[in-house]
Design a protein around this ligand. Structure first.
Ligand SMILES: C[S@@+](CC[C@H](N)C(=O)[O-])C[C@H]1O[C@@H](n2cnc3c(N)ncnc32)[C@H](O)[C@@H]1O
Length: 320
């Protein structure tokens, strides 16, 4: 049985992660400044920034219309200082020039999904819930997790789980999925979670991390094309950031973080000539300064009170 979720009763449930650190790095004091929050979510970070920095304006981008309504309600007390956009952030940044908006002084990208998705969207993001296998953050997109689970070949499933879940039991899990779906289509997130749990060795079934965590991550990444969108978004967003402006990104797993780190590292190089060339011929220049050195993780106290922060890491750069 798949439960219905009453979205009307929805209240913000997402605790913004690394909030103090984001505020510290993206502060603009009492200077006039424009922040693009490219993952507005339930508006937690945006609300804190708008409250603390009275001369800050925020453009909030969110692709999930249900959450955007929640954020809109929460932030309406800030009047014209907040403007919201219902869009994929990649499309937002691609079309930035056409909107005759000022270029931003700050860009903030809090990757991942919101607590709303896990707890109230009814879209099967959690392996604990008896909900349809959907996992779309934009419900207009055609691909759902159910299509992948019930139609991909075993090889495709294994590759996906290995590549995007970094799951060592990808083969066993893909075999179990094929076996179970040959009896009846797999429609519920909870049922899939149980199939995965049964398919890993018994010693792995009851650890700190549920055995379905990595497979669910892989499904979500593919359904929402998260990594490819992120690669492109970094390019387009960096282009519109003002010189001297700052960009902060919070990622939640190593696949995302690797993309962010690599992007920053490349832009931090002054020369891109092959290493074996004795003299620089590209005349390249460094485009940014890395402000965080190593990524910043949540302090123990935050990790204790907000388990979602345990995997979060923040990187911040300044555009030169
Ligand atoms: C981690 S939550 C943001 C939470 C927010 N910082 C807060 O404190 O409430 C990420 C949000 O980004 C949205 N999202 C994910 N990918 C997106 C994309 N490419 N473009 C726009 N919104 C996206 C999700 O729907 C989700 O609401």
């Amino acid at each position: 049985m798949v439960e219905n979720v009453d979205k009307k009763s929805f209240k913000a449930t997402h605790t913004p992660v690394l909030l103090a650190e984001v505020i510290q790095f993206l502060s603009c004091g009492d200077q006039k400044c424009l922040l693009v929050d490219a993952r507005l979510g339930e508006g937690g970070h945006a609300e804190a920034m708008l409250s603390l920095f009275p001369c800050m304006m925020v453009l909030g981008v969110e692709v999930d219309g249900d959450i955007l309504k929640v954020a809109g309600e929460r932030l309406k007390c800030f009047g014209k200082r907040i403007q919201t956009f219902h869009s994929w952030s990649l499309e937002f940044f691609k079309g930035y020039g056409e909107r005759s908006l000022e270029f931003p002084d700050r860009i903030f990208i809090d990757l991942g999904i919101s607590m709303f998705h896990y707890r109230q969207s009814g879209r099967g993001f959690s392996f604990r819930e008896d909900e349809p296998l959907d996992m779309r953050i934009d419900v207009e997109q055609p691909l759902t997790a159910g299509i992948i689970v019930n139609e991909y070949s075993r090889e495709e499933l294994e590759k996906m789980i290995l590549e995007y879940g970094e799951e060592r039991f990808a083969r066993r899990i893909s075999r179990s999925i094929i076996r179970e779906r040959s009896k009846a289509p797999i429609r519920s997130a909870k049922v899939l979670g149980e199939i995965i749990k049964r398919s890993v060795p018994a010693s792995r079934r009851y650890g700190r991390i549920h055995p379905a965590t990595r497979t669910f991550q892989a499904l979500r990444i593919v359904v929402n094309n998260e990594l490819q969108r992120l690669r492109e978004e970094l390019e387009y967003s960096f282009q519109v950031l003002k010189n001297g402006g700052k960009m902060g990104i919070i990622s939640f797993h190593s696949l995302e973080d690797r993309i962010v780190k690599h992007f920053f590292k490349e832009k931090n190089k002054s020369c891109t000539c092959p290493a074996e060339w004795p003299i620089c011929q590209c005349g390249g220049r460094r485009e940014l300064k890395i402000l965080t050195g190593k990524a910043i993780f949540a302090k123990a106290a935050e990790q204790e009170t907000n388990p979602a922060s345990r995997s979060a890491r923040l990187r911040v750069v300044e555009k030169l």
